[in-house]
Design a protein around this ligand. Structure first.
Ligand code: R7I
Ligand code: MG
Ligand code: MG
Length: 329
């Protein structure tokens, strides 16, 4: 199937704004019990500025670096983290210490074991990976390498690294799917299983469960999703949950975000990752405008993010666009 240039551009915007939306809406529900979440979700239409957290903050830094370097350079991404991360935006302790160490002049490949000696298995490397998934979507082998390389700055634990790989590849595969056709769920799970082969067993077990649910065509209730996959900050819990929700609910962006938030736990990150995958599938045209209007829009707000997504696409197009289009046609 041939996807046109304009559609790809829209998909890049959809993924970055999708992450922004999920993070900003999800963050108000972090740590709330499921009953309160159900009650408060009814005021989604309430007008107040939705502020983003570390998930979007780091995503923007990764996108800026890829635009400047023409690909993933961990050294440059680390430089962007040290320049742009706003550590008041709800960062995890390991990542705060890593960014402070970068600011103190420690080399990018020496900061990841400062807090956790075996490296962090938090979802911090997965939550920020959408620009990588977009930029390498045409080359899944290259995508896996690049996702791992960007993870290594802060998350060298295999569960942290491979969580980033699973999330990046989910986005890459969603970009390649026709936004107007049926979402090929079984195909996506089969492709993910192939890519994650050889990684930690936790991800393969989760993918087998996702495959079973998708084949049965049964939609799990939020409590069952949280029980089956987990909803914590650990990458091997939250990334499979996000992947299951995105595959189950896409192309309905709003239902997918609501389902992600209903899990409770790490709601900003799970909803941010779901938003990025579904946004990569449906594009900006599939996102709710009235939700976007409520996002914060300061110097690095939603207009900036949209522009950045456009520049990321232009960079991809200049470097890979012509080759990919020739190969596809
Ligand atoms: O992974 P990270 O950047 O955190 C991201 C999360 C997202 O939910 C964001 O929205 C934000 O709220 O934080 O930060 P880390 O500190 O590296 O990892 C997150 C948490 O995972 C840690 O604070 C620990 O609780 C846990 N964790 C570990 N615990 C014990 N041993 C991660 N790695 C380890 C470990 O090796
Ligand atoms: Mg956050
Ligand atoms: Mg979070």
């Amino acid at each position: 199937m041939m996807i046109g240039k304009k559609i790809f551009q829209d998909k890049f915007r959809g993924a970055i704004l999708g992450c922004f939306l999920g993070d900003a809406y999800g963050s108000s529900f972090e740590g709330m019990n499921p009953e309160r979440i159900r009650f408060h979700m009814t005021d989604f239409s309430k007008k107040f500025r939705r502020r983003y957290t570390d998930d979007t903050d780091m995503t923007l830094a990764v996108a800026e670096s890829i635009i400047q370097s023409g690909g993933v350079s961990p050294e440059d991404i680390a430089k962007q983290f040290s320049l742009h991360c706003d550590l008041t935006r709800g960062y995890g302790i390991g990542t705060i210490k890593a960014v402070l160490a970068l600011r103190a002049g420690i080399k990018w490949d020496e900061v990841a074991r400062i807090v956790f000696e075996n490296g962090s298995f938090g979802n911090g490397a997965a939550m920020r990976v959408s620009p990588v998934g977009l930029f390498y979507h045409h080359d899944l082998g290259g995508l896996r390498r690049a996702a791992m390389e960007q993870a290594n700055i802060t998350h060298v634990h295999p569960l942290g690294q491979w969580g980033a790989v699973m999330q990046a590849c989910s986005i890459g595969l969603a970009v390649s799917q026709n936004p107007n056709g049926v979402f090929k769920k079984e195909q996506m799970v089969a492709d993910l299983k192939e890519i994650l082969w050889g990684g930690p067993i936790e991800y393969m077990k989760a993918l087998n469960k996702i495959e079973e649910r998708v084949t049965q065509g049964k939609i799990l209730r939020s409590q069952e999703v949280a029980r089956s996959f987990g909803n914590g900050v650990e990458a091997h819990f939250s990334v499979p949950s996000a992947c299951y929700i995105a595959i189950t609910y896409s192309p309905d962006f709003c239902d997918a975000i609501r389902a992600a938030i209903s899990l409770g736990g790490d709601t900003d990150t799970i909803a941010g990752m779901v938003g990025a995958i579904v946004g990569a599938h449906v594009g900006e045209k599939g996102l709710p405008i009235e939700w976007i209007e409520q996002l914060e829009d300061g110097s690095r707000g939603h207009s900036f993010a949209r522009g950045l997504a456009g520049r990321l696409f232009e960079t991809w197009w200049k470097i890979h666009g012509a080759t990919c289009f020739t190969a596809m046609s």
